[in-house]
Design a binder for this molecule. Sequence first.
Ligand code: HEC
Length: 109
Amino acid sequence: MHDATMHPRGTSAALLLACAALAACAGGAPSPEASVDRAPAAAGPYTAPERAADRALYEAKCGVCHVPFHPADFGRDEWPGIVATFAPRAGLTRAQRARVLRFLEDAAE
Ligand code: HEC
């Protein structure tokens, strides 16, 4: 599970440098871990607190190697494939993956 993904160095030096320059990968953001396993993303109204928690999760988990992409950078039809690609690299649980995707799809164009 954590095999080839542990050392992204060399895959994209530019992204890693951008990350270092912004210090976004140093873990300065408040940790969303406390609420991580609170509930799987469920159908129904997407409340503001849920959205804020999902956004924090996205920024924390998907901002480790590069600055998190803006949701509008990709289409609603593109995010599922992107999240499928990067969820393993970000170490997302199934529930976290669903929450990240819900946030991205909601905020995408
Ligand atoms: C282990 C490091 C790492 C993590 C964690 C990570 N990414 Fe990335 N990401 C990369 C690298 C490296 C690239 C550029 C090369 C590539 O596409 O593999 C990239 C590129 C991207 C791109 C651009 C793809 C394109 O077609 O232009 C998107 C979008 C993206 N990541 C989204 C995410 C999301 C969403 C998450 C969280 C689920 C995430 N990343 C977590 C390393 C990571």
